[in-house]
Design a protein around this ligand. Sequence first.
Ligand code: NAD
Ligand code: MG
Ligand code: MG
Ligand code: MG
Ligand code: MG
Length: 349
Amino acid sequence: TTADTCRPMTDNQIYYDDDASYEDIEEKTVAVLGYGSQGHAHALNLADSAIDVVVGLREGSSSRAAARDDGLRVATPTEAAAEADLVAMLVPDTVQPDVFDAIEPHLDAGDTLLFAHGFNVHYGQIEPPEDVDVSMIAPKSPGHLVRRNFEAGEGTPGLLAIYRDATGDARDEALAYAQAIGCTRAGVVETTFREETETDLFGEQAVLCGGVTELVKAGYETLVDAGYSREMAYFECMNELKLIVDLLYEGGLGEMWDSVSDTAEYGGLTRGEVVVDDHARDRMETVLEEVQNGEFAREWITENQAGRPAYTQRRKAEQAHDIEDVGAELRALFAWGGEERDAETPKAP
Ligand code: NAD
Ligand code: MG
Ligand code: MG
Ligand code: MG
Ligand code: MG
């Protein structure tokens, strides 16, 4: 934790289209490294915004054909970076340090290295040259939505952070980039690499990914162990989560509580904290501390260097959970598992 990576929350600002100027990016060549979830969305939106884009992908990468089919120019990451004034690092976080080593010689004074997540910069896995701007535009959404919203004339909210402003123009340029991919249509909040990285990791570990899946499995197992059918347990503890999350997303806690029965509301308000109690909150603090002190980052980096043994084993165990079998059976039986199903937004029955 260093002072220069941590601007106070009270400095945060929200930027919209009016705060961004196309002139700050129109002359630049942008290299988008990677053509996955974020990469394809950024590259296509930039191109539609009349920005000169080159997609950087390894020879033999299966994404090359996809980018070409979408009408984009493709080069190797090194070639793309050499040509570009702004390099968007949109390969997976775990491979970014290697890609950075390859492109670093092509980052000239005044160029920009732009990220969509702060992990590698914040934890010192990537140390960009002092004379290069280092910024972040992180859409708060998966890439396919960034693209879909843009095509629909809408925006995707995003975060902006400036880690290093070598040129004095880093913020203006990042805002222009955010505008070109559609983020300023919805609103861009200023944050820091530290804040984005630590809150992102904590959120996905304690709540969104780790917390929710453990809550679902624990609820499912509790019902099944008590003799209820697997199908009922699946519906109650997994499938209905979609309906609840939609309400939370649309209107917050209030809209969700208003929409469920008074019985559900009273039961939830009194029993929720019995389950997620002080013990769970203490554990959340521990998880946050390990994010803040770098322990999680070190563990994950080491895990990758070792060929991901624990990751592979955990993933296998998760796939083997009974709830996955019953879920697959039920999704095949009901309409929302059939042709009506939109892969990105499953419909409730
Ligand atoms: P992804 O896994 O979807 O895409 C990976 C892309 O990188 C693919 O095109 C792949 O071909 C390419 N690639 C893989 N290995 C490579 C290598 N060694 N050299 C060159 N190219 C390689 O990645 P993503 O989820 O879009 O993540 C990109 C960045 O965006 C990350 O920093 C991530 O944290 C951030 N981010 C992702 C999301 C999201 O919803 N996926 C949201 C916000 C921020
Ligand atoms: Mg260059
Ligand atoms: Mg996140
Ligand atoms: Mg994340
Ligand atoms: Mg119910």
